[in-house]
Design a binder for this molecule. Sequence first.
Ligand SMILES: [Zn+2]
Length: 125
Amino acid sequence: MEQKPLKELLAIRAHLMGQLRGLDPRLINGSLAETSTTCGRAGCRCQRGEKHVKVNLCKKVDGKSCTTYVPQDLVEEVRRGTEEFKRAKELLKEIADVNWAIIRGHGRRQREKKRMAKGLRLVSS
Ligand SMILES: [Zn+2]
């Protein structure tokens, strides 16, 4: 991120915080995985090739995968939730980047202040 004035950085951060607050609380980490299966019922459509589609929500916990079945009527909501979680992560990263820029700019502003003070002393003495 190029160095912007502090005022501008604070405005960007406030805007990003507003977006963070506006996120849907149903955000969820993980990804959806579809599997198709056949059942044992005689004459079921799955035995003619129209397999039953099951959707699972998966995530890794301490390197192990954790999976839960997602009922069909929740699939769309969960899908949106996983996108919202990605958005939340992006926003957090952007806010943290702004804070990096603020820290970087701080040293520069301090040096600038010292230079100004020195300059004033030179003028007044
Ligand atoms: Zn079946």
